[in-house]
Design a protein around this ligand. Structure first.
Ligand code: ZN
Length: 325
C-alpha cells in the first residue's frame, strides 16, 4: 500500500523545492519556485503548490498514485496538528497557521509536516549517510546551527518539539550573546558569520593571510577552508577553532545520546577532512571512550535534496501509521 511515490516539499526562505520521490528515495520529478519573506502565507502556499504540480507533471504520475505530501518547514511547530507556530523565514504571516491543511486544500492530498532539519535528517537516515543506522544525530552547519535526533529509527520531537537544538547548547559559558538570549551557544561560535568574523578579526589585527587581499564582505567559510587547505596559518587557526567548538557540542551529544552516527550537513560540511579530522579528534579526546568509539562522524550524502527526499519519507511513514497492517 505504501510503495507508491510521495511528494516532498522543502519550504525554504529563498526557494521552495518540490519533488515526487519513489519508495526507494529516487527523485522522479522536481521543480522549484523562488520565495521571499515578504510573500504572504497564501502566496507562499500557491508557489509551493505550483512547484508540486510541475514536479507531478514531470514525474508523469497520476495524482491518485501519490501517497501524500511531506513538508519541511523552518521554525517552531505543533507538527502533529499540522500547525506552524512561528517561522523565522516568513515572519508574522506564518504565525499559528494550519500549514498542512492549506496544502491538503491546494493539492487534494494528505499533508504532513515537521521542522526542516528533522525532515532532512529523516531523508539522510532513510536514504543517505544514515541508511541502516537506528540511533543517530544530524547537525546542520550554516547561517544557523540546527540538529535532529533519531532514536530507534524514529525522530525525537520532545515536549514542545525543541529536541535536537544543538546550536543552542553552551560550549563557552561566558561567550558571546546568542539570538536565543543565552551566551556562548554553539551557534554564535561556529555558524557561518562567527567563522567569517574570526578570520576578519585576525586579519584586522595585522596577521598576514592570503585572505587579506579580499574585501571583507567577500570572505566566506568556503574560501577560509580553501585557504586552510593551502596552508594559510590564519585560515588553519579559524578552521581548528571552529572544529573545537563543534567538537565540544558533539561531545555533549555523544555523552547524552550515545548515537551510532553523527551526520554533519550544511554548506560548511563540504569542507571535508580538514574540518572533520579535528572535530573527530576533539570528540575522541573528550567524550566517554565507549560512546565515542561507537560513534561515526560523517558528512551528509543527500546535499540539497535531503529536504524533499525527507519530506516524501515523512509522508510515507505517516501514511503507514494510518494504514492498518
Ligand atoms: Zn542560543
Amino acid at each position: 500500500v505504501n510503495d507508491g511515490p510521495a511528494i516532498g516539499i522543502d519550504v525554504g526562505g529563498t526557494f521552495i523545492k518540490a519533488a515526487v520521490v519513489d519508495s526507494r528515495g529516487t527523485i522522479m520529478g522536481a521543480a522549484r519556485r523562488p520565495s521571499q519573506s515578504r510573500d504572504g502565507f497564501e502566496t507562499t502556499i500557491g508557489q509551493a503548490a505550483a512547484a508540486a504540480e510541475e514536479a507531478i507533471g514531470q514525474a508523469g504520475v497520476q495524482r491518485s498514485d501519490l501517497l501524500g505530501i511531506g513538508l519541511g518547514v523552518p521554525g517552531i511547530h505543533r507538527s502533529r496538528d499540522g500547525v506552524t507556530v512561528w517561522n523565522p523565514n516568513f515572519g508574522d504571516g506564518w504565525r499559528n497557521k494550519r500549514v498542512a491543511e492549506a496544502f491538503t486544500k491546494a493539492l487534494d492530498l494528505a499533508a504532513f509536516m515537521d521542522n526542516d532539519v528533522n525532515v532532512a535528517c529523516l531523508g539522510e537516515s532513510e536514504f543517505g549517510a544514515g541508511r541502516g543506522v537506528k540511533n543517530l544525530m544530524m547537525i546542520t552547519l550554516g547561517t544557523g546551527i540546527g540538529g535532529a535526533i533519531v532514536v530507534d529509527g524514529e525522530l525525537v520531537l520532545g515536549a514542545t518539539e525543541g529536541a535536537g537544538e544543538i546550536g543552542h547548547t553552551i560550549v563557552e559559558p561566558d561567550g558571546p550573546e546568542c539570538c536565543c538570549g543565552g551566551r556562548g551557544c554553539l551557534e554564535v561560535l561556529a555558524a557561518k558569520h562567527p567563522i567569517i568574523n574570526r578570520a576578519l578579526a585576525k586579519i584586522g589585527s595585522g596577521r598576514r593571510s592570503s585572505l587579506d587581499s579580499l574585501p571583507p564582505d567577500e570572505v566566506t567559510p568556503a574560501l577560509i577552508v580553501e585557504a586552510a587547505g593551502n596552508g594559510d596559518a590564519v585560515a588553519c587557526e579559524v578552521v581548528l577553532e571552529t572544529a573545537y567548538y563543534i567538537g565540544l557540542g558533539l561531545t555533549n551529544a555523544v555523552n547524552l545520546l550515545n548515537p551510532e552516527m553523527i551526520i554533519i550537513g550544511g554548506g560548511i560540511a563540504q569542507a571535508g577532512e580538514i574540518l572533520f579530522e579535528p572535530i573527530r579528534r576533539v570528540v575522541r579526546e573528550r567524550a566517554l571512550p565507549y560512546s565515542s568509539q561507537a560513534c561515526r562522524i560523517v558528512p551528509a550524502q543527500l546535499g540539497e535534496e535531503a529536504g524533499v527526499i525527507g519530506g516524501a519519507t515523512l509522508a510515507r511513514r505517516e501514511m503507514a501509521r494510518r494504514t492498518p497492517a
